[in-house]
Design a protein around this ligand. Structure first.
Ligand code: GLU
Length: 510
């Protein structure tokens, strides 16, 4: 096999969609598995769709996922520049080559003329496109005389360059995901290769750059499959068929209900992020939520994305990036669209979150605490995180569900109060507070338990009668992490004071 060189080639026309991140990931995995090279090429020849900040966003997203390019706009490399707008001069000679060989032609039609043509074809019940059947009725170098063409070029009349697609030919390509793909040339249109602004279109720049950058495999989304036959023709017409990359078109990401392509609108409709990070639209200032800000960890996002359209062949689902490099293969990429299941993404997040060291998780909590004007030692934050991490999906939930580690409860869960706050329990709790008051050692989960057990034994009461009331008094809630460990984190004074506060507040109500 020739050296593996793959590229992720986004256009900076807006925020990178999460499906784009998946394409980048599959390219990266494939490259690394074959000791190959992963390239980031920015395809910005369509200046009208350029969005400021989009390129930085793309680079940051790849970086967040840990899939750094080996060659690219920032990394540089042997085939630099990697930004197509900086490669303008390169494309010229290839358009000339196509023109000289008769595979491309000048077209001078105005947009009005193009519209008239489309309307006419539509009215005739034909495919309204500029193609092998319609081109001979248009204003181009196939229909005009050589002198007329020369005069138009001389007078700077705007023109585009179009590919001359064959009239009657079956174009074949072998796709590593889809197998043999055959397309009849009569369905293709004579796509513009060079625009009137002198810049190449995506098709030409993409093929020329893939060739020049020695790309071995083109791994990209299914939406590009219809363009592949045209690319095959370009390779042929430029005499590069022997070094044409192999194609692999990845399945689309579909909405959770399987209906329609995953889009920004689906994110809004179903209430989940479809971008790696928050994206602020530079014009409308509207912010679309991202995976990162929603609390997804990069490892979980990568794992989730890897399985959207690829399956490992067994039941195993948890894979680090390094493991994915080992097990990934294009042969197990499915043809069918992959349903975007956000519940699965949450599940992955839980799995990775509970494996995080408490100190990493504490950073999130400390940030939330400081935003709420609460001071905490890193040690306490780590302890809280250690207790909470099995019970949450996102880091921000630690603060929202376990504020009681930092503030006494203001409310007590009413249902639990009705069910579990009994005179007998409240008496026992007060007595427990007395016991704690009398002891001067640091409260540990162990000692807290021992003292409580002793007290209940003396009173001939079961733990079950008191624990729910104790939890209620300390946290205001009916459930939570291990209560004895919770007490250790709260400390002796706080436990005593909260018991007394609850007794005072709740006994009045029962
Ligand atoms: N510039 C194209 C895009 O925005 C690249 C498609 C391809 O990989 O060929 O996705």
């Amino acid at each position: 096999m020739r050296p593996v060189r793959v590229r992720f080639a986004p256009s900076p026309t807006g925020p990178l969609h999460i499906g784009g991140v998946r394409t980048a990931l599959y390219n990266y995995l494939f490259a690394k598995q074959h000791q190959g090279t992963f390239i980031l090429r920015i395809e910005d020849t369509d200046q009208t769709r350029f969005v400021p900040g989009a390129e930085e966003y793309i680079r940051e997203a790849l970086d967040w996922c840990g899939i750094s390019p080996d060659e690219g706009v920032v990394e540089g490399g042997k085939y630099a520049p990697y930004r197509q707008s900086e490669r303008k001069n390169i494309y010229q000679q290839y358009t000339q080559q196509l023109l000289d060989a008769g595979y491309a032609y000048y077209a001078f039609d105005t947009s009005d003329e193009l519209n008239t043509m489309r309307e006419r074809l539509q009215a005739e019940g034909k495919n309204p496109q500029y193609d092998a059947t319609s081109r001979m009725s248009m204003k181009n170098s196939l229909t005009l005389s050589e002198e007329e063409v020369a005069a138009k070029l001389k007078s700077d009349e705007p023109y585009v360059l179009r590919i001359k697609t064959p009239e009657d030919e079956e174009i074949q390509l072998n796709d590593l995901v889809r197998g043999e793909v055959k397309v009849h040339s009569s369905t293709l249109d004579d796509k513009v290769l060079l625009k009137s602004d002198g810049l190449p279109t995506y098709h030409l720049a993409n093929v020329v750059d893939d060739y020049l950058m020695k790309i071995s495999h083109v791994i990209r989304g299914e939406e590009w499959l219809p363009s592949a036959p045209l690319h095959v023709l370009l390779y042929r017409y430029l005499g590069w068929e022997d070094s044409m990359p192999q194609f692999a078109h990845l399945p689309l990401l579909m909405n959770p209900d399987g209906k329609g392509k995953l889009s920004k609108r689906s994110g809004d409709r179903f209430g989940f992020p479809v971008y790696p990070f928050d994206w602020k639209n530079p014009q409308s200032e509207e912010v679309s939520p991202g995976f990162r800000e929603s609390g997804y960890l990069p490892e979980a996002t990568v794992n989730f994305l890897a399985l959207l359209g690829w399956h490992p062949g067994d039941e195993e689902e948890l894979f680090s990036l390094e493991e994915l490099v080992k097990v990934f293969g294009l042969d197990r990429v499915s043809k069918a669209g992959a349903k975007f299941d956000i519940e699965k993404a949450k599940w992955f997040n839980q799995q990775y979150l509970k494996e995080l060291p408490n100190s990493s998780l504490a950073k999130y909590l400390l940030k939330d605490l400081s935003e709420n004007g609460i001071e905490s030692s890193p040690e306490k934050a780590e302890q809280v995180c250690g207790l909470m991490k099995e019970r949450i999906t996102f880091p921000q939930e630690i603060w929202s569900t376990a504020q009681y580690f930092y503030q006494p409860p203001e409310h007590y869960d009413e249902k639990m109060v009705r069910k579990k706050w009994k005179a007998e329990a409240s008496d026992a709790l007060l007595a427990y507070a007395e016991v704690l008051e009398g002891s001067d050692e640091k409260l540990s989960a162990e000692s807290a338990k021992q003292q409580l057990q002793q007290l209940l034994e003396d009173r001939q009461m079961g733990l079950g009668k008191v624990m729910p009331a104790l939890r209620l008094a300390l946290t205001g809630q009916g459930g939570g992490p291990d209560l004895m460990s919770t007490m250790e984190v709260l400390g002796r004074q706080e436990v005593m004071s909260r018991i007394r506060q609850a007794v005072e507040q709740l006994n009045g109500n029962t």
